[in-house]
Design a protein around this ligand. Sequence first.
Ligand code: TEU
Length: 601
Amino acid sequence: MKKFLLLPLVALTLGLLPVSSQAQTPRTAPSRPAAATRPTAAAPRPEWWKEAIVYQIYPRSYQDSNGDGVGDLRGLISRLDYIKSLGVNTIWLNPIYGSPNDDNGYDISDYRGIMKDFGTMADFDELLKGMHARGLKVVLDLVVNHSSDEHEWFKQARSSRTSPYRDYYHWWPAEKGTPPKRESFFDVKKDAWAFDSLTKAYYLHYFSRKQPDLNWENPKLRQEIYAMMRYWFDKGIDGFRMDVIPFISKDTAFPPLPAKYNGDWGRFYANGPHVHEYLREMNEQVLSRYPSMSVAEGAGVTKADALDYVDPARRELDMLYHFEGMDVGLVPGNSYRLRAPGPYSLLEFKQVYTKWDRIFAQKGWGTVYLGNHDQPRMTTRWGDDRPAFRAASAKLLSTFLLTMRGTPYTYGGDELGMTNIKFDKITDYRDIETLNNYRGLQASGGDLSKFIEAQKTTARDNGRTPMQWDATPNAGFTTGQPWLRINPNYAELNAAAEDKDPASVLNYFRRATAVRRQHKVLVYGQYALLDAANSHVYAYTRTLGRERALVVLNFTAEARSWAVPTGLKLGGAPWLNNYADFQAGAALSLKPWQALVLPLK
Ligand code: TEU
């Protein structure tokens, strides 16, 4: 049972109580932020995917059903009621298609088949039926910037220069000399051209050598992709998350990389000459013919070009997620994900999310996420995973995700407050990005211990450790040898324990999704940042017609006082509070990592 001190609230609302009625004296006299203004703007057009709460599942790490140590679709089926209990309504599944798993499924060898590790198409059909029966929409991952080198198309293409599939990929014949430099995210030498001796030509691969880039300039290839998309839509899926879709169009003359992109070649790869023509064609020929949603993984997309992808008038895609938030606190321009020393700047964090909200304030639609399969665990990266603060900070981060405008993307395991496993040895890693970066550094005599130290905070495998279901061996994830080590904190950090604890991160997450579903102001309401210069507290309002809410997030491990701006009148009990009580007076007394969502008069 929540308890909070109504008296000061009532008094405050009436403007009777000049100071906190609590014994607590604020640590630092709160600077009175400028009076809040009431933003006005028309509400965006309602759409199911704008009201979605997306829960991303990395199937490989979710639930194993046959003891081979790898998550699978039947395991997922056994967890449908748990997923439903979260109060989410849309599920994004990372790739489940045929793949040799060079990049854990992002190297597809069979776009219309199910990966053997994950089960069969009958399993998928049963999973889809089970999701829909529970009112859960299903979004698959569309990985069409590249295929696997084990896809039949590439096998044919590399067999002969005259193969009808040759132009499904990008080739540079050796007689033209060395191709112009292109960097690869995952190649040990960062070289995005691989020499194929049989036809004496190089092929392009922005990612690993086993992920040759598809040639979207070839209309036949595009029609193959659209047919494949229709195949999945006709099976009844509800949308696609589109992997590095901004990269699909290339200038096939392959001009030298302009110097301004050195170090930031991901931005050069995005927004190629025909990308919008192809996305309009995809929308016209496929997306617009189904009640679907589409979300671009906005690699390389900046605020300046985001609306080119999601302005509804352009009839391309519905929404986009950016990477600027993920780069806060990283050493710029490095692909080793090195963290700058010390804590990240909350001021920078607030600026990034405020600026991106403004991009979609009038048209288009954004997303908000703090973690996914390419990122470390949000509680470690953005919260505080020390035992004293882990739960409070995990709840605060979920509060941020579920009270910002834009579709929230929550990541499987973050509803528990799972944390980074922080491997000490390179032999514990499985991710091609980490392994090949390590190999590259080793070959060039780089600082491997500094690299391993950095990976403890930022490596992708931190977000891929198996789901922690209970305290039984292997966290209930598998009866076999898990494909990736499980975080040993599963003994106390697991879904079973949290399900029984009303104050757990899990049950807070459930309350937070319910609050978002209940209050459309948290979906469509105008966002207005308060107290922008405060480097400890992130506060903002949401306004939709007469309904207003105040969100106050103490992003620090210290108690803080925060003055409610003049003009804002608290209007009753908190909709959300990650502590048992709540103290208000002339200022709010915030506990470490306290999150409050308060209705306003
Ligand atoms: O990610 C593309 C991407 O931009 C990130 O991989 C990022 O560049 C990378 O983590 C380097 O920091 C998508 C998928 O989400 C990712 O899992 C795949 O590995 C990648 O594309 C290739 O398909």
